[in-house]
Design a protein around this ligand. Structure first.
Ligand SMILES: Nc1nc2c(c(=O)[nH]1)N[C@H]1C(S)=C(S)[C@@H](COP(=O)(O)O)O[C@H]1N2
Ligand SMILES: [Mo]
Length: 421
């Protein structure tokens, strides 16, 4: 008997108990044991040979998994060049996002920039303006860290009410990778930055340049100049060959195809930090420099694209939680729209500015549920309800919507995005 049997009936006990009782689960289980050709007959895959080792020199998912892909919502943007697609978080587990299905957000398309053509300039308030090649960057001491990148617009379509039917679309502007790179501090020291300088301005090599100002304190703290993700080269769409990693801060600051860092004494007030990526409040004024992504969580399964297909009985409710202010310390799950909460199990202790996987191993009674998750981080911050968020922010915002999400699970196991504020 598993350790879990002390608190809840163990899964094994439940499944075998059901078999004895002849309930729905048991009928299926008995049939399987009795005459299932998948057990009793030699199958085609055991009668011949499989592929040789070089069939796919660089492997792709098996054909049965072709549904686990990025998707866009064509009506959100005028074209796919300045657009976004979404990570299939409803179909993933663990915390690391494979690069091949990690969401993309471009302002002027994903460019193809070869390592040999790569140059990174550091200029402005420095002793010696410098230009690094890719090979130069590889000669500095390197670090590895797992961090999430969340676009500030993630969940931005849900301000006024439930809108998009799937965790991929409501919460999929996020990915979480292990980056290898050089601390930006190291490169700024190499150039001899003016210690009185308060800002840097970072630019990409693409036509949009996506220029952003970043306070020097953050630049010297944990920002990375990264060239590998999940062990391999960045993909073109994520900034190959070099991107900026700005832990816990909005995705727009994570400049891809990084080409220039200027040390300045004031912010540039670029397009991306004035007309965009500011938050309009109810009275018409706008919040700016809202860099940090506040604590947030989402149940990835069950969810509209991942309905319950097994009927009542043991089930796993799972999701992701994260905070730009540090580690996730706790996630609670509610089955009744926030009236009652149960603590979820964190797959491992929360890591700073990285996704945390949570599970609620539970029994579904086959009744409707209003499923919610609520994240807490190491600063004591608790993820707000929609009503609490609107009270502070009004309804004119797009960015930084970190409210509690509700999934309505129906008796047949289908799931819909609904609003419980
Ligand atoms: N050079 C450049 N950097 C960029 C962008 C861009 O269009 N050009 N988009 C930004 C935005 S808004 C986001 S959310 C992230 C998206 O990173 P991803 O495509 O790896 O998901 O990159 C940021 N960095
Ligand atoms: Mo973004």
């Amino acid at each position: 008997m598993s350790k879990g049997s002390k608190t809840t009936p163990s899964r094994r006990q439940f499944l075998s108990g059901a078999a004895v009782a002849g309930a729905g689960l048991a009928v299926a289980g008995t049939a399987r044991a009795a005459g299932d050709p998948l057990i009793t007959e030699v199958q085609s895959w055991a009668r011949g040979l499989g592929d040789g080792v070089d069939a796919t020199p660089y492997g792709l998912p098996i054909k049965y998994e072709t549904d686990v892909i990025r998707r866009n919502v064509p009506w959100l943007t005028a074209d796919s060049i300045s657009s976004v697609n979404f990570t299939p978080i409803h179909a993933l587990d663990g915390t690391i996002t494979p690069q091949g299905c990690a969401f993309e957000r471009h302002h002027s398309g994903a460019i193809e920039l070869a390592k040999d053509d790569y140059r990174l300039m550091i200029n402005g308030l420095v002793e010696t303006p410098l230009v690094f090649t890719y090979a130069d960057l590889e000669r500095f001491p390197r670090v590895n860290h797992v961090y999430f990148l969340e676009c500030a617009a993630n969940t931005g379509m849900e301000w006024a009410g439930a809108q998009l039917n799937g965790a991929q679309f409501t919460h999929g502007m996020i990915h979480n990778m292990e980056y290898s790179g050089v601390p930006l501090k190291t490169l700024l020291e190499e150039a001899g930055y003016d210690t009185a300088a308060k800002w840097i301005y970072v630019e990409g090599a693409d036509a949009s340049s996506n220029g952003r100002s970043i306070p020097m304190d953050k630049a010297l703290d944990d920002v990375l100049v990264a060239f590998k993700a999940n062990g391999e080269a960045l993909r073109k769409e994520h900034g190959y060959p070099v991107r900026l990693v700005v832990p816990g801060w909005e995705g727009n600051l994570w400049v891809k195809w990084l080409r220039r860092i200027e040390v300045t004494d004031a912010p540039v007030e670029s397009r991306e930090e004035t007309s965009k990526y500011t938050d309009t409040l109810d009275d018409g004024t706008s919040r700016k420099w809202t860099w940090v992504m506040d604590a947030k969580s989402i149940i990835t399964s069950p969810s509209p694209q991942a309905p319950i297909q097994h009927g009542p009985g043991p089930m796993v409710i799972t999701g992701l939680a994260w905070s730009g202010r540090g580690a996730i310390t706790r996630v609670d799950v509610s089955k009744d729209g926030g009236k009652n909460w149960e603590p979820a199990r964190l797959a491992k202790p929360g890591e700073r500015m990285a996704l945390t996987r949570f599970y609620l191993d539970t029994i579904w009674d086959g009744q409707e549920m209003l499923l919610q998750a609520r994240a807490m981080d190491e600063t004591g911050y608790v993820q707000p309800t929609k009503a609490q968020l609107r009270e502070v922010r009004g309804e004119n915002s797009i960015y930084h919507n970190n409210c509690i999400q509700t999934w309505w699970v129906q008796e047949q196991g289908q799931v819909e995005n609904v609003e419980v504020s």
